[in-house]
Structures are given as structure tokens and as C-alpha cells.
Design a protein around this ligand. Sequence first.
Ligand code: NAP
Length: 288
Amino acid sequence: MAESKTKLFGVMGHPIGHSLSPHLHNMLMKELGHEGVYVPFHVLPTKLNEAVKGAHALGINGVNVTIPHKEKVMDYLFDVDPLARQIGAVNTLHYKEEGYVGYNTDADGFLRSLAYEDVAITDKVVVIIGAGGAAKALTILCAAQKAKKIIIMNRNISRAEKLAYLVKQYYDVDIEIYPLQSVVMEESIDLCIQTTPVGMYPNEGAVPVSDESFYKKIKVAVDIIYNPFQTAFLENCKKYGAKTIEGIGMLVYQGIRSYEIWNDIQVPQSIQHKIYLELRNYIQRGSF
Ligand code: NAP
């Protein structure tokens, strides 16, 4: 039962029915022995401003923001963290008396999922497949982590060019652009990050790049799709000897980072890993 000291959290999205965040955060609070409630809020785009004001007036301590509100919500905040401002999207609102402060925890979540596999970005040649919202956060992360070179591959070349232009406004980094197909890449790829929805359920057989020789160059591959856990892209990379990392880690750790911001704590690594395993099992059982 909610007491007066019970902290309140939630996620705003449209649609919101399939969000895993309530389960993740309720597991986390139970594990940490914290008293709190985390609930999904279905918020229509036309009601976003009112929803943010209302949540603040009610004293809701922390809010996650998901599709389609991640960019627009920035207009309704008291302040935005510099990294979230560069990325141009916010997924975490932290209550302050004057209003909410917005953060983007996707990049941190991704970095933690690499760290668990002892993979670093600094001084590495990184290929990013895709140039959408997730690619933007991860390209900025790779630039901030001082990748040796970033290669963006996208179907729509002008979108990739715009992303490269944006990142270069903030970071002095070497960025090249390639189309998705007919890839002629001389150098080997230290880290390849797949950010398109290609290969996601129900199209599990699909891969974003069909040229087999491309996969031979990859040393470490990450697919940020988490349904399925092992995409056809990861299977291809594995076939040619790459180490592979699933997207479910990024999902879990970005949520944990939000919770850390709301509570000004660091969740112990053992608990982070436990939550990761529990959420993975929960999805595998088809419980959502
Ligand atoms: P988005 O902004 O819509 O961007 C989609 C990107 O994929 C664009 O670069 C688009 O290329 C490309 N693309 C889409 N369909 C394609 C196709 N059939 N062939 C080739 N390229 C295609 O989407 P997003 O928000 O970045 O999300 C992308 C994926 O990441 C989703 O599957 C999402 O579930 C996943 N994600 C996972 C996490 C996590 O925590 N693991 C977090 C965020 C997102 P064009 O520019 O050519 O259209």
C-alpha cells in the first residue's frame, strides 16, 4: 500500500501498453528495499504539456518519457542536461521544485552494456548502422568517448550527413558516411552498432547489410534490437568470429541509470546484473 513516504514514478508514452519499464523499476525497488510505485501513463501528444505540468504538481519524483514524446518534452522542462541537449532527446525527468530536469540515459545504458563485456569505444574504429534517434545518441556517445573514427551507414544518405554535421558541431571527430549496400570497407571494424529496426520481430530473418564480406571485418557487434535477443545480424557477425552483444543490456541499464538519477544513488553492480537476468527471463517467458 502507498504511504506518504512512498516515492512515485511513471512512464509517459503513446502507445504505452507494451512498456517493460514498470516491471523493471518495480523489480529494482523491491531488490533495493525502496518503497515506491512505478506506473505507465498513456499520454496523447496533444496532452503532453498538461501531463508534465500535472505530474510535477502532483510531486511525481521521476518520469520516463518514451515514443513519441522524447523530443517535444524538452519544451516543457525547467532544465535539460547538456548531453541530452546534444542528443536532442530526453527519456528521464527528475523532479526539482522549479520543474523537471531532463536527461537522456540511453547512451549511459549502452556504455554499461559494453562495459559488462569489457568492450571500450576509445581509439576504436566504430561503424554505426542507421541514423535515426538511437543512432544519434550513440554517435554522440562514440564521439564523446573519443572513437578513432566513426562510420555512419544509412539507407538515406542525407540523414546520415545531417547526423555527422550535428556531431561535428560538438566534437572534433573523424566521421565517414557510407550507403547500406555495396560496402567497400578496407579497414577492419573494431565495433559495429546496429541501430535500425531491420531484423526485429516479426521480420527476424532480415539483415540491414546483405554483403557477406562486410561481416568478416567486424570484431565486436552490438544490435540494439532486443526482440529477438539474437538477431540475424548478430548471427551473421558471430558466424565470422565476432563477439556479439545483445540490445537487452542497453534497455535494462538505461532504466537503472534513470533510477539512479531520481534517487541520487549508484545501484551496486551485482543488483544491476540480477535485474538484467530477471528482465531477460521475463521477456523470454513471454510475460509481457
Ligand atoms: P528511428 O529514429 O525511426 O530510426 C530508424 C533508422 O533505421 C533510420 O536510420 C532508418 O533509415 C533505418 N531503417 C528503418 N527501416 C529500415 C529498412 N527497412 N532498411 C534500412 N534501414 C532502415 O528509430 P530509433 O528510435 O532510432 O530506433 C531504432 C531501433 O532501435 C528500434 O528497433 C528500437 O526498438 C531500438 N532501440 C533500442 C533501444 C534499447 O534500449 N535497446 C533503445 C532505443 C531504440 P532511413 O534514415 O533511411 O529511414
